[in-house]
Design a protein around this ligand. Structure first.
Ligand SMILES: N[C@@H](CCC(=O)N[C@@H](CS)C(=O)NCC(=O)O)C(=O)O
Length: 82
Protein backbone atom coordinates (compact mmCIF):
# COMPACT_ATOMS: atom_id res chain seq x y z
CA UNK A 1 0.00 0.00 0.00
CA UNK A 2 1.26 3.42 -0.96
CA UNK A 3 1.73 5.82 1.93
CA UNK A 4 1.87 9.54 1.24
CA UNK A 5 3.82 11.35 3.93
CA UNK A 6 2.21 14.75 3.89
CA UNK A 7 4.10 17.70 5.29
CA UNK A 8 1.90 20.75 5.66
CA UNK A 9 2.45 23.66 3.28
CA UNK A 10 4.56 21.69 0.81
CA UNK A 11 4.50 20.06 -2.58
CA UNK A 12 3.32 16.80 -1.03
CA UNK A 13 -0.19 18.06 -1.79
CA UNK A 14 0.57 17.18 -5.41
CA UNK A 15 0.77 13.49 -4.56
CA UNK A 16 -2.49 13.56 -2.62
CA UNK A 17 -4.11 15.32 -5.59
CA UNK A 18 -2.76 12.72 -8.04
CA UNK A 19 -3.98 9.78 -5.94
CA UNK A 20 -7.44 11.31 -5.61
CA UNK A 21 -7.73 12.10 -9.32
CA UNK A 22 -6.57 8.62 -10.43
CA UNK A 23 -8.35 6.78 -7.58
CA UNK A 24 -5.05 5.31 -6.41
CA UNK A 25 -5.48 3.68 -2.99
CA UNK A 26 -3.20 5.31 -0.43
CA UNK A 27 -2.72 5.87 3.24
CA UNK A 28 -2.20 9.48 4.29
CA UNK A 29 0.23 10.16 7.09
CA UNK A 30 0.30 13.82 8.12
CA UNK A 31 3.45 15.22 9.69
CA UNK A 32 3.26 18.50 11.60
CA UNK A 33 6.00 21.08 11.27
CA UNK A 34 7.73 22.44 14.35
CA UNK A 35 5.68 25.47 15.41
CA UNK A 36 8.75 27.67 15.94
CA UNK A 37 11.19 26.63 13.21
CA UNK A 38 8.57 25.39 10.72
CA UNK A 39 10.95 22.54 9.91
CA UNK A 40 9.90 18.93 9.44
CA UNK A 41 9.58 16.87 12.62
CA UNK A 42 12.02 14.07 13.56
CA UNK A 43 9.73 11.26 12.32
CA UNK A 44 9.69 12.90 8.89
CA UNK A 45 13.46 13.46 8.90
CA UNK A 46 13.85 9.74 9.59
CA UNK A 47 12.43 9.28 6.07
CA UNK A 48 14.31 12.14 4.42
CA UNK A 49 17.37 13.54 6.22
CA UNK A 50 16.86 17.12 5.06
CA UNK A 51 13.10 17.00 5.62
CA UNK A 52 12.14 17.92 2.06
CA UNK A 53 8.64 17.09 0.83
CA UNK A 54 7.14 15.07 -0.69
CA UNK A 55 8.08 11.56 0.40
CA UNK A 56 6.13 8.41 -0.41
CA UNK A 57 6.71 4.89 0.86
CA UNK A 58 5.50 1.60 -0.57
CA UNK A 59 6.79 -1.49 1.20
CA UNK A 60 10.55 -1.08 1.42
CA UNK A 61 10.59 1.70 -1.18
CA UNK A 62 11.16 5.21 0.14
CA UNK A 63 10.95 7.83 -2.60
CA UNK A 64 11.45 11.60 -2.57
CA UNK A 65 10.86 14.20 -5.31
CA UNK A 66 7.38 14.98 -6.56
CA UNK A 67 8.14 14.00 -10.16
CA UNK A 68 9.46 10.58 -9.18
CA UNK A 69 6.63 10.09 -6.69
CA UNK A 70 4.01 10.95 -9.31
CA UNK A 71 5.52 8.57 -11.85
CA UNK A 72 5.88 5.73 -9.37
CA UNK A 73 2.32 6.14 -8.03
CA UNK A 74 0.85 6.26 -11.51
CA UNK A 75 2.84 3.22 -12.68
CA UNK A 76 1.81 1.20 -9.65
CA UNK A 77 -1.83 2.08 -10.18
CA UNK A 78 -1.97 1.50 -13.93
CA UNK A 79 0.56 -1.26 -14.58
CA UNK A 80 1.32 -2.78 -11.21
CA UNK A 81 5.00 -1.89 -11.38
CA UNK A 82 7.05 0.90 -9.87
N1 LIG B 1 12.28 19.21 -6.49
C1 LIG B 1 11.63 18.82 -5.27
C2 LIG B 1 11.42 20.05 -4.43
C3 LIG B 1 10.92 19.70 -3.06
C4 LIG B 1 10.90 20.90 -2.17
O1 LIG B 1 11.62 21.87 -2.38
N2 LIG B 1 10.07 20.85 -1.17
C5 LIG B 1 9.99 21.93 -0.24
C6 LIG B 1 8.55 22.23 0.14
S1 LIG B 1 7.52 22.55 -1.19
C7 LIG B 1 10.63 21.52 1.05
O2 LIG B 1 10.50 20.38 1.45
N3 LIG B 1 11.28 22.48 1.71
C8 LIG B 1 11.76 22.26 3.03
C9 LIG B 1 10.69 22.59 3.99
O3 LIG B 1 9.58 22.99 3.58
O4 LIG B 1 10.94 22.44 5.20
C10 LIG B 1 10.31 18.12 -5.58
O5 LIG B 1 9.70 18.44 -6.61
O6 LIG B 1 9.90 17.26 -4.83
Amino acid sequence: MLTVHHLGKSQSERIVWLCEELAIPYELKCHTRDSVTMLAPPDYKALHPIGAAPVITDGDLVLAESGASNTSSRNTATAGWR
